[in-house]
Design a protein around this ligand. Sequence first.
Ligand SMILES: [Fe+2]
Ligand SMILES: [Fe+2]
Length: 198
Amino acid sequence: MSTRQRVVSAILGEHRALSAVIEALRHVALAVEQGGLQPDYVMLWSLVYYIDQYPETHHHPMEEQALFPAVRARSAGLEEVLDELGRQHGASRAHLDELRALLGNMEAGIPGARQAFAATAASYAGFHQRHMLLEESRVLPTAIEVLREEDWEALLPRVQGRADPLDAQAVNSDPWFREVFRRLVAIVPQPWGLGAPR
Ligand SMILES: [Fe+2]
Ligand SMILES: [Fe+2]
């Protein structure tokens, strides 16, 4: 596999892991709101922790500090898209903080918190799906077109520096995260989970 393929497949793999976690969170929040599922707070807090510790702390900064500047340096055509994605990275942690506050409210049994948590989880999922789609449809194809071998070589340590703990192949593959994830996919419908198809 070329350096370019390794970088691109690492980024796509991180998007898939984040999609799976966020879709699972959306599904669980909805099932809890509708009364079909008792909330498992250890699992819900673990998902929020994963999003905070991995995508927010590693993936978005890697794009913001390494991938986007590399693309900007080689192409002038994506300025508006990259600016918009940068604004979305900035807004992402605030959304997560809101989700965290609502999860606390839900655990405290505050009236209406289940509904608010489900609505926020759904909008958070939609926000991230649109964000990743924009990166995959605009930024990655341009990167593949304009970046040179030395650019990919410089990006490689950034995507390998702290590989996704949900990835079984990763150097720092984390059994704790994978166990949380295993429990999660068992209750979430396909295609994100292993439960009955919707
Ligand atoms: Fe991003
Ligand atoms: Fe991304």
